[in-house]
Design a protein around this ligand. Structure first.
Ligand SMILES: NC(=O)c1ccc[n+]([C@@H]2O[C@H](COP(=O)([O-])OP(=O)(O)OC[C@H]3O[C@@H](n4cnc5c(N)ncnc54)[C@H](OP(=O)(O)O)[C@@H]3O)[C@@H](O)[C@H]2O)c1
Length: 417
């Protein structure tokens, strides 16, 4: 899908990749470079990299130049030195870009100064955060300020949680009218500190003062902590990531702003056979116990590979692991066919949506993040109101983001089941 880029007065870059020297940041740099190469010429994408070490950023551009066979990246791409702990440096960065792609995490430690600088300096903000506490805290504290400044702050635009959030919207809007690998250390740290501080999330949610969303039609039965899924033919457990929080925020937004009936949503993850369940149970208990103590948290973050059975490591996944991994999310939706009253009887329509893509943590994540930025730059008039803090679904529900993702390797499809 073609994209044309126009610059706001006084801002030399459409996109600034902040944290470009990080494990994920490097992939984002390559994806932005590919994206810029798709539409050369006078309306091409202007971009820069930012971070706290010029030397490391130069190295990233050198590597990207080699990997993509684009030697010009070494000379043509500007480097902006900015450190989260130096407010002025963030302000200078944010004054130069239309959108800041923030890859500096864990967000609970480093995210807020960047959101604040973006809002105060008129730059839109996109991140790949998977930490519900940070995402909801930013909504509580910055929504009104961002709205007043005409700035969009859109978190969780990576694998957490674009496929889930847009997958639900895709299911809701499809032809049946329904109502109703290995990861890198920073992601592991986000999980450790997120679980350790889960009580604060409950307190934070009370501050919103939300009324419960209405239940349309028959109430979906709560499944147990562990059950055998007929659909997946394996044992499944509730999904503990940020998707449910993000989907709930989108559903609330669409209910309050667009009077759409909210869906009842639960997320589960397949864990395999009984032996895997046993391993997960032992690992989960140990993890749950250790995150409660500072010594436990220190050990968990010092030895990610040992405590996650090799799922996370300080080195991150190898290229081979990344190439050999893919993801699949399946949404089983039940609802009422057109003309049927949801208050009468059980749902009579069932559809199944599938979202498929390449390796989720980095390939799909950067593709989703960069396409979210391109959509924001190209379709600003289709985003809600004139600014604010949004989940991806609430920000992009009127845009072509799903089509853009489709043509960049994240496929959405729907069928009856
Ligand atoms: N949503 C998803 O699916 C998804 C997928 C992948 C990652 N993530 C999230 O993305 C975040 C980054 O992960 P990662 O694995 O790329 O982490 P990482 O390799 O540790 O990179 C962190 C980046 O932050 C920079 N940084 C740290 N402190 C800074 C400061 N004070 N000022 C400026 N920059 C600073 C680092 O710069 P230096 O190079 O100078 O140290 C580095 O560029 C994590 O929160 C992770 O959970 C999300």
């Amino acid at each position: 899908m073609a994209a044309l880029f126009h610059l706001s007065a006084g801002r030399p870059y459409h996109i600034i990749v902040f944290g470009a020297s990080g494990f994920t940041g490097q992939f984002v740099v390559e994806e932005v470079a590919r994206c810029a190469a798709e539409c050369p010429g006078s309306s091409s994408l202007k971009w820069a990299v930012a971070g706290r070490s010029r030397r490391r950023l130069e190295e990233v551009l050198k590597q990207a130049a080699g990997r993509l066979s684009m030697p010009e990246l070494r000379t043509d791409i500007e480097i902006i030195v900015a450190d989260v702990s130096i407010e002025e440096s963030l302000a200078i960065m944010c004054q130069q870009g239309v959108v800041i792609l923030n890859c500096v995490g864990p967000y609970r430690f480093y995210g807020e100064p960047v959101v604040k600088a973006c809002v105060e300096n008129g730059a839109h903000y996109i991140d790949i955060c998977g930490e519900p506490q940070f995402l909801e805290q930013m909504q509580l504290e910055y929504h009104s300020k961002a709205l007043a400044r005409g700035v969009y702050v859109i978190g969780s635009c990576g694998f957490d949680s674009i496929p889930a959030d847009l997958g639900i919207l895709y299911t809701q809007s499809s032809s049946h009218p329904l109502q109703g690998s290995s990861g890198h250390d920073a992601t592991w740290q986000s999980a450790v500190y997120g679980f350790a501080d889960s009580r604060s999330l409950c307190q934070l949610r009370k501050k919103f003062g939300h009324k419960p969303l209405p239940v349309v039609g028959a109430k979906v039965k709560k499944r147990g902590f562990l059950f055998f899924s007929k659909e997946l033919q394996q044992y499944v457990i509730p999904f503990m990531g940020s998707d449910p929080s993000v989907v709930r925020r989108t559903q609330r937004f669409l209910y309050e702003e667009e009077q759409q009936s909210p869906v009842q949503y639960s997320a589960y993850v397949g864990v395999g056979g009984l032996f895997s369940v046993f391993k997960l149970f032992c690992g989960g208990l140990l993890f749950w116990f250790m995150v409660k103590f500072s010594l436990g948290r220190r050990l968990l973050t010092m030895f990610p590979s040992f405590f996650s059975f090799g799922m996370f490591s300080k080195a991150g996944p190898t290229m081979k692991q990344i190439e050999d991994t893919c993801f699949s999310l399946t949404f089983y939706g039940e609802g009422y066919s057109e003309g049927r009253d949801p208050s009468q009887g059980r749902p009579d329509a069932r559809i199944c949506t599938q979202v498929l893509g390449a390796e989720p943590g980095y390939v799909a994540t950067v593709s989703a993040m960069v396409q979210a930025a391109v959509t924001l730059l190209n379709e600003l008039h289709s985003l809600p109101r004139r600014g604010g803090v949004y989940s991806p679904g609430s920000a992009f529900y009127k845009t072509s983001l799903i089509d853009r993702l489709h043509s960049h390797g994240i496929m959405f499809s729907v069928r009856n089941y």
